[in-house]
Design a protein around this ligand. Sequence first.
Ligand code: XBP
Ligand code: MG
Length: 264
Amino acid sequence: MAELQALIFDVDGTLADNERDGHRVAFNEAFAAHGLDWRWSADTYGQLLCIAGGKERIRYYLQHYKPAFTHPQLDGFIAELHADKTRRYTDMLAQGQIPLRSGVRRLLDEARSAGLRLAIATTTSDSNVRALLRHCVDESAESWFEVIGAGDVVSAKKPASDIYHMVLQRLGLAPGQCLAFEDSRNGLRAALGAGIRTVVTTCDYTRNEDFSGACLVLDQLGEPGHPFQVLQGDAGGAHYVDVALLERLCRECEEVDSDNRRAL
Ligand code: XBP
Ligand code: MG
């Protein structure tokens, strides 16, 4: 039986509930600044979240919602729009407009005190992750994470497992020595596909997704005095996620077997 060594966190939706009022707003501002009348409502954005990655999401939007749109250098145009969006989003982070989710800061502190290693596995851009860690967690938080696997470092984004394989390889750990934290089915599929047991904290956009295969599904990590709600799995009477609960999950949750991976 493997002992828990590392926690691997998704970012968007998991560390911060930042899609609707963060990324979406920055996309819309970038579109307007380029004279485009594209506007992603909160509902439309929820549908577009089926595609991970901002550049990929813009391309999907054009294919499905604006099929008549043409541009002589579409790849470059999408990259330029996305770079503009990233600048706007990181400005929002720097201005403190995006809070962390409940329990995140406490759990990171407890995990570090307990000697657990920390890593990030996300679809979003590296600059976004670093800005979020610096401005929303702690000035020095980038250094808390031994591996930051982000954005275009892999060719296939979530739900593909490439980012998790890369993070495991750079940590030098087996999947059974780690736990992943995700908020979406796409993220869960990516983690399970790499054989990593996963705790899901749902957010507004993902609440009704299918989280089969997760070892625990909660509405949040929770805090003492601000308990989580268990949506799937057994939290053993705990009210908030702490290191003791994670160690127990690592011991008691079944390993992610190959049947489970194939079912995803
Ligand atoms: C996050 C994403 C990202 C963000 C936007 O997914 O899908 O695309 O919405 O970020 P996950 P970028 O939480 O599963 O990593 O625009 O930087 O791609
Ligand atoms: Mg996410």
